[in-house]
Ligand binder design. Structure first.
Ligand code: AKB
Length: 324
């Protein structure tokens, strides 16, 4: 299958490109930035420069590549988006519009949209239900969340109106052995990275912070399984997917199983903490389980066991690359 990725230089692209190439697909990776050194493992896949805010360039590239399937990953995440809401609007909102239009014009039949738990926020009537189901009133508190809600609606609109089969997942905070970029959920990954490289971490979140999280291999598998699911089995465009929802101090305890000397402290940053507090504590993903058989493989400790050696390798490789 001919597959095109937008925003391939990010955390999801890093793992998704590898899985797609290993499965024998022809992959075109696109991003505003050149291929990062961390993506050297995917050097067999084509890498093209693309700014999704440029409608003409996006259409021309989709017309040239004519992909069968597109994974739209380009986005400015929640914390960075609050620093520059206009940039978040341009990339996430206009960029998604441009990608959908490019799919429609180039006859791309299937598009995978990556939404987020950031679409949720506390409704005026009280806290979000726990677990939070797919269909609650959406009250995002960040520009990232606002644009993801609009993207979800556009996705359903293009499916109905123009037959671009757009489907997607609402990702929890994703954790992998790659440096994250500008998310509020980044505290969770830094508990691993800084435990390995510095012997501990001063988290920007309270110790009792609890949001849905997922290990990247499960996240990538969810994208692939949803992409390949029969349309007839899907009862909605966008699905909640869940894995585990630990408190920050439970993540610390899990890391200490692998690195007993690691020390953790908590200095909540009010801006990022208020974003984290606005998100669901856990998700109800029963529709994804029912419609396309979604099931996570990793719980918190299984992730820790797999991730710690990978973070060690990532940091060693980074040190090697930076001295050459
Ligand atoms: C973020 O923190 O902004 C992202 C997300 C949960 O979508 N990781």
């Amino acid at each position: 299958m001919k597959i095109l990725l937008t925003g391939a230089g990010g955390q999801i692209g890093h793992d998704l490109i590898g899985s797609l190439s290993a499965a024998g697909h022809s992959v075109t990776s696109t991003d505003l930035a050149p291929r990062p050194p961390s993506h050297a493992h995917a050097s067999g896949a084509a890498w093209l420069g693309l700014d999704v805010t440029d409608a003409a360039a996006t259409e021309a590239l989709f017309e040239k590549v004519k992909p069968d399937l597109v994974f739209h990953l380009a986005a400015i995440l929640s914390a960075r988006g609050e620093k520059d809401p206009k940039l978040a609007y341009d990339v996430n909102q206009t960029g998604t519009w441009n990608v959908l239009e490019a799919c429609r014009k180039a006859g791309v039949s299937r598009l995978i949209f990556t939404s987020s738990i950031a679409v949720f926020g506390p409704p005026p009537s009280g806290p979000l239900p726990d677990p939070t189901p797919d269909d609650v009133a959406l009250h995002p508190t960040t520009m990232y969340g606002v644009t993801k809600v609009a993207g979800e609606l556009l996705c359903a609109y293009y499916t109905k109106k123009f037959n671009v089969d757009c489907r997607g997942v609402r990702f929890p905070g994703l954790i992998s052995a790659a440096m994250p970029g500008g998310g509020s959920s980044d505290y969770a990954l830094f508990m691993y990275v800084d435990a390995v490289r510095k012997g501990g971490y001063d988290a920007f979140a309270r110790n009792d912070t609890r949001i849905p999280l997922m290990y990247m291999p499960d996240g990538v598998r969810a994208l692939l399984e949803l992409a390949m699911a029969d349309r007839e089995r899907l009862t909605r465009s966008i699905y909640n997917i869940a894995a585990f929802s630990p408190r920050a101090d439970e993540i610390a305890a899990s890391v200490q199983r692998a690195i007993p000397e690691a020390k953790f402290t908590y200095s909540p940053d009010p801006r990022r903490q208020s974003i984290l507090d606005s998100w669901p504590k856990s998700l109800d993903d029963s529709a994804a389980r029912r419609d396309w058989g979604w099931k996570p493989k990793y719980d918190l400790d299984a992730m820790t066991d797999d991730l710690v050696p990978r973070v060690r390798r990532m940091l060693e490789l980074g040190a090697i690359l930076s001295t050459h």
